[in-house]
Structures are given as structure tokens and as C-alpha cells.
Design a protein around this ligand. Structure first.
Ligand code: ATP
Ligand code: PRP
Ligand code: NIO
Length: 484
């Protein structure tokens, strides 16, 4: 498990740029970077921001150990010893603003803003993107699964097929933020306080002379918690009848079996049959858990088929975000120091969508006072007054001029929260339950058309006129220069 000692969890080019800045004497030049993604994953209408706690842990313990320095000293770049001494003294002294975990977030808005020297802001790029991209991706995937599952219980079962330990543990946390109810991963339970749940494997049944014996023994050990896996031999002919026998034996002791688990075959048909068999035996309280490569599509389909499943165990498809295994979040320089003053900077691309938006920016969520619902996200410079003095806000999309809207009677909620100010942690990390509750209030702030899984409405993310003008001016200037 990767814990402390993540200073070298960065790409070599960051160290090389730090070195070149140091040689050049420009390493203390101030810089502002913003992290954002350009495209929502899974065709969803929103993403669920996650990763901040890991980022905070990382920044707080960011220092180069003796081993790190020794390793750097061996590189073919032959970094000078004085540079390595500089790294040995290194502490992050910059400022970080970020969305809160559980926030609904949208393309092209800054999710994390990092300010400091070019030296420190460059170093942290790789790890910040790594944590933000993965955890936001899994939280968003979990949110989609939660939508189709309605009020059913969702268990995260992915560890054995996750892309290694960190992904399993932090992925379990991301899934919990977005509405999963428990995880099978005990370390995630211990570390974060996520409720843990477990049934048993086929091997439990296989180690006994009979399925009945296996069920009875397991049920005696933890009677009220027990969930019996019924598909080792024949679900309808042996698994469910044996589970019913066990449940009856428990009843005779005044105890109640929790559930059965189906893990193969036609889960719609089998769950309907199982429900009937359990109900006919007077066991209407015994619930039905299903697992087996479940995903949002299969769950939706199973529900449409009338499956009688109360609890869904979801592993591989969730923890690997199998239908889109990466979120393409980027970290772009938006301001740099020139002669002691901060000036906006832009990155041009042949693809207009990839042109970065210059200048350090704030994000406001514009909430209608009438409906309490979000109207748009509004990106402006920190010096721009929000809400404007006249109380009116012009929302415009210069690429689609017909999409103009004037809003009055709104609240402008600042979305970027101070996390570190000049190296000091100023944010109290919320309890996981608070994050989960915050996520629910976030969902409540959006009309259903933005939340639906299929072909959601595109939520507005608008630039202020000033930001737009600066961007246009800088693009035009660069074009002029390139024509020379
Ligand atoms: N009624 C159903 N409608 C749609 N999908 C289903 C239904 N029942 C099960 N599934 C899904 O179909 C897939 C079936 O997987 P698979 O072909 O491996 O069969 P299996 O029953 O698991 O067989 P095995 O016994 O070999 O494990 C799983 O992803 C499962 O969730
Ligand atoms: O299918 P997933 O969504 O990834 O969910 C987790 C799966 O992992 C287990 O199977 P596995 O064959 O690994 O072990 P078992 O012997 O306990 O069935 C479990 O029975 C589920 O089928
Ligand atoms: O508890 C379970 O049933 C479980 C846990 C992990 C993976 N599959 C199933």
C-alpha cells in the first residue's frame, strides 16, 4: 500500500523542468495552474468530484527522503548536488483551492487551482491528476449505478479485480461518496469508516461434505448476518431449498437469516423463483443479493425484467470503470509571473476545444432563489464582483449566441474552497458521512434532466465576458505573432 513517501510519485519531466528552472534561476517564479477535464465520462451529465482527501495527505507529507535523494543522484541527468540539497529542503508552500468531494462538477471548469512557485506547482501536477482523475471517475461511475439501483442496497465488491491495492481502497471510498452503501474491502472500512459487508465464497460450500452442512455451520456462527450463496451446485434444486432449511432452523432458535446470494445464471428468472420459494416458506424477510459481473446496464435490464433483487454486489465493472477506464483531466498553466506581476497565459491548440482559458479563475454555482436549483456554473476572474452590484448576471455562450440568459434573484455559491494557503492546511477534512450527505444535497440542486443517464441536458458552464475577452485577445495576439 502506498502511503507516505510519494515525492517521487511524479513524472520525470517534472523533475527535469524543476532542475532547468533551478539552473536558470527561475524556480521561484510564481505560477498558477488549474486542473479540469474537458469531457464527461460515460456520456453522463455531470461528474462527482473525489480525490481531495488523498491530495491533502499527499501535500502534507510531501518531502524527499534520503533514499529519494540518493536515487535522484544516480540519474543520467546528473543533477547537481546543490539542486538535490534544494529538494531535500523542499516543502510545499503554495496555495490550493478545490471543489469539495461529492460536488457535481462539469467540463472545462477548474476543479483544483494550485498557486505557488513554478518549482512546487510543477512537481505536484502528476500526483494531483492521478488522484483526481481516478477517484472522480469511480465516483461518477458509482453515481450512475446508484441511479439505476433506486433505493436498493449497493455493495462494492471490486477489490480482487481492481488495478491494484490503492485503486481498490480509494475506489471503494469514491463509490461510497456517490451512494454505495458498503464495501467488502476491510482496509477501506478501517481506513475510512465505510460500512463493510460480506457473504461467503463457493469455496466455503466446497469444503464441506454437503451444501446443507456448509449452510448450517455458517449460519450458526453469525445467525443474523448470514447471507448464503446458493449457486454452487444447483440454485433452484439444492441451493435455495437448503438455504430455506437453514433459515427454518434459525427461526426455531428465534433468529432470522439475512439473505441468499445469486451469482450465476439468469438473475431475473432465478430471483423471481427464489422470492416465490422464500415467500412460500414464510421467509419474506430473507433478502436476495445478486452478483456476477453486474453493471449499470445489467441492473437496469434486470429491474425491467422484474427481478426480485434487493441488494446488488458490484465489482469489476465499477472499480475498473470498464466502459471508460480513464478520465482525461489536465493541469494547465493559466498565470505566470512577469517582472513581479502575474499575467495570464494561454495554450493554443489546433482543436479549439483544447485552447486553455487564461488567468486565475473562480467558479460560482448560480442557484435560482425561486426554485433552489442550479442554473449554470459561472467562471470569472477573482476581481470580478459576484454577485454583480446590480444583482443581474448575463450568461452567454459566445459560440452559441442564441443561448443568452439574464438571471436575477439568484445566489452565487463559490465552488472553489481554500484548502492550503501558503503551505498551511486551512481546510478541515470532512467526515466521510458529511461528504456523502453533501453529495446528496448537490444532487438535489439539479433538475432531473441534467442528472439522467441517457442523453442528459448539457448543463451550462459559462465564462464571464471579461474572461472571454481576455481569451479572445490572447488568441488573436498569438495568431498575429504566428503570421509574422
Ligand atoms: N436476466 C438477465 N438479463 C440480463 N443479463 C443477465 C441476466 N441474468 C444474468 N445476467 C448477466 O449476464 C452475464 C452472465 O454471465 P455468464 O455468461 O458468465 O454466465 P454465468 O451464469 O455467470 O455462468 P457461469 O456459471 O459460468 O459463471 C452476467 O454479467 C450477468 O450479470
Ligand atoms: O463479478 P464482479 O462484479 O466483479 O463481483 C465480484 C465477483 O467476485 C466473486 O466471484 P469469484 O469468482 O472471484 O469468487 P467466488 O468463488 O466467491 O465466486 C463474486 O462471487 C462475484 O461474482
Ligand atoms: O461478500 C461477498 O459476497 C463478495 C465479496 C467480494 C467479492 N465477491 C463477493
Amino acid at each position: 500500500m502506498m502511503t507516505a513517501g510519494l515525492a517521487l510519485h511524479t513524472d520525470k519531466y517534472q523533475i527535469n523542468m524543476m532542475y532547468a528552472h533551478w539552473i536558470n534561476g527561475s524556480h521561484n517564479t510564481k505560477a498558477v495552474f488549474e486542473a479540469y477535464f474537458r469531457k464527461l465520462p460515460f456520456g453522463n451529465g455531470y461528474a462527482v468530484f473525489a480525490g481531495l482527501e488523498r491530495i491533502v495527505n499527499y501535500i502534507q507529507s510531501l518531502s524527499f527522503s534520503d533514499d529519494d535523494i540518493a536515487y535522484l543522484a544516480k540519474q543520467e541527468e546528473q543533477y547537481k548536488p546543490e539542486f538535490l540539497e534544494e529538494l531535500r529542503r523542499f516543502r510545499f508552500k503554495g496555495s490550493i483551492h478545490a471543489m469539495k468531494e461529492g460536488a457535481l462538477v462539469f467540463p472545462n471548469e477548474p476543479l483544483i487551482r494550485v498557486e505557488g512557485t513554478i518549482f512546487e506547482t510543477q512537481l505536484v501536477e502528476t500526483a494531483i491528476l492521478n488522484f483526481m482523475n481516478f477517484q472522480t471517475l469511480i465516483a461518477t461511475k458509482a453515481s450512475r449505478i446508484r441511479q439505476v439501483a433506486g433505493d436498493d442496497t449497493l455493495l462494492e465488491f471490486g477489490t480482487r479485480r481492481a488495478q491494484e491495492a490503492d485503486a481498490a481502497v480509494w475506489g471503494a471510498r469514491a463509490a461510497y461518496i456517490a451512494g454505495f452503501h458498503a464495501t467488502s474491502n476491510m482496509l477501506a472500512g478501517e481506513k475510512f469508516g465505510i460500512p463493510t459487508k460480506g457473504t461467503h465464497a463457493h469455496s466455503w460450500v466446497q469444503t464441506f461434505r454437503s451444501e446443507q452442512e456448509a449452510f448450517d455451520i455458517f449460519a450458526q456462527v453469525m445467525p443474523d448476518q448470514v447471507t448464503l450463496l446458493v449457486d454452487t451446485f444447483d440454485t433452484l434444486k439444492s441451493g435455495i431449498p437448503n438455504a430455506i432449511n437453514t433459515a427454518k432452523k434459525l427461526e426455531a432458535q428465534g433468529k432470522r437469516m439475512n439473505a441468499i446470494r445469486l451469482d450465476s445464471g439468469d438473475l431475473a428468472y432465478l430471483s423471481i423463483q427464489a422470492r416465490k420459494m422464500l415467500d412460500d416458506a414464510g421467509l419474506d424477510y430473507v433478502r436476495i443479493v445478486a452478483s456476477n459481473d453486474l453493471d449499470e446496464g445489467t441492473i437496469l435490464d434486470l429491474k425491467a425484467q422484474g427481478a426480485k433483487i434487493d441488494t446488488w454486489g458490484v465489482g469489476t465493472q465499477l472499480i475498473t470503470a470498464a466502459d471508460q477506464p480513464a478520465l482525461g483531466g489536465v493541469y494547465k498553466l493559466v498565470e505566470r509571473e512577469v517582472d513581479g506581476k502575474m499575467v495570464p497565459t494561454i495554450k493554443i491548440s489546433a482543436n479549439p476545444e483544447k485552447v486553455s482559458t487564461p488567468g486565475k479563475k473562480e467558479v460560482y454555482r448560480i442557484i435560482s432563489n425561486g426554485s433552489g436549483k442550479a442554473i449554470a456554473d459561472y467562471i470569472c476572474f477573482p476581481h470580478e464582483e459576484m454577485p454583480p452590484e446590480n444583482g443581474k448576471l448575463k450568461l452567454f455562450n459566445p459560440l452559441h449566441p442564441y443561448m443568452r440568459k439574464n438571471v436575477k434573484n439568484f445566489e452565487a455559491v463559490p465552488m472553489l474552497t481554500p484548502i492550503f494557503i501558503q503551505g498551511e492546511l486551512v481546510y478541515e477534512l470532512p467526515q466521510l458521512e458529511e461528504i456523502r450527505a453533501y453529495h446528496d444535497t448537490q444532487l438535489d440542486q439539479f433538475w432531473p434532466e441534467y442528472l439522467r443517464k441517457l442523453n442528459p441536458e448539457i448543463y451550462r458552464v459559462n465564462l464571464s465576458e471579461e474572461v472571454w475577452e481576455v481569451k479572445q485577445r490572447m488568441m488573436a495576439e498569438l495568431m498575429e505573432h504566428s503570421e509574422d
